[in-house]
Design a protein around this ligand. Structure first.
Ligand SMILES: O=C(CO)[C@@H](O)[C@H](O)[C@H](O)[C@H](O)COP(=O)(O)O
Ligand SMILES: [Zn+2]
Length: 189
């Protein structure tokens, strides 16, 4: 057991170190894009399944409430939380449509659609990104190293690893860093 714990910790650290050393510039530029969109009154729409749905809610809360500094609320919404919307779309159409229909309803040109999928292939994520493109909404993907998301999104953060949990651990650290940088860019600190 002790070895298993140590192995998970070591793997997580190794995957994180590799990812962040390869993606520093991409992260800086994504934070600038987010800050510019939020400054113009645009919003960030987040969507994912399972653990990534939880990440979407977590990230939206950092923007809407606060991350590190006292500042005004920023516009972000997780499309994973309204059970009436999600169940009615799944029931009447299909689970594949749960995010794309919400993008269609709530998204506006200039917003940012942030889709999280460790496989990079979940059909509801892919469909939502396609919907965003049609509406001139910039798409950001958080994924693993496989799947369609990286080809489809305008900016993709791909974690070079095959283990879902390790990929998710990079995603949440990445999200925290993006929140931190976005706040600093917007509020000059
Ligand atoms: O958190 C985990 C596994 O660590 C799971 O809940 C996981 O998120 C779910 O199986 C998702 O449905 C996987 O979807 P995706 O990341 O491949 O789009
Ligand atoms: Zn998980």
């Amino acid at each position: 057991m002790k070895n298993l714990i140590q192995q998970s910790v070591n793997d997580s650290i190794t995957v994180k170190k590799e990812f962040f050393s390869d993606n520093i510039e991409n992260i800086e530029s994504c934070a600038s894009i987010m800050a510019a969109a939020l400054k113009k009154g645009r919003k960030i729409l987040l969507f994912g399944n399972g653990g990534s749905a939880a990440d979407c809610q977590h990230i939206a809360a950092e923007f809407v409430n606060r991350f590190r500094m006292e500042r005004k609320p920023l516009a972000a919404i997780a499309l994973t939380t309204d059970t009436s919307v999600i169940t009615s779309i799944s029931n009447d159409y299909s689970y594949e449509d749960i995010f794309s229909k919400q993008i269609q309803a709530l998204g506006k040109k200039g917003d940012i659609a942030l889709g999280i999928s460790t496989s990079g292939n979940s059909p509801n994520i892919i469909k939502a990104v396609r919907q965003a493109k049609q509406m001139e909404i910039l798409s950001v993907g958080f994924s693993g190293n496989n799947g369609k998301l990286k080809q489809l999104t305008d900016i993709c953060f791909c974690v070079d690893c095959d283990t879902t949990a390790r990929i998710q651990e990079v995603h949440i650290l990445l999200a925290h860093i993006l929140c931190d940088l976005t706040e600093r860019i917007m509020f000059n600190e």
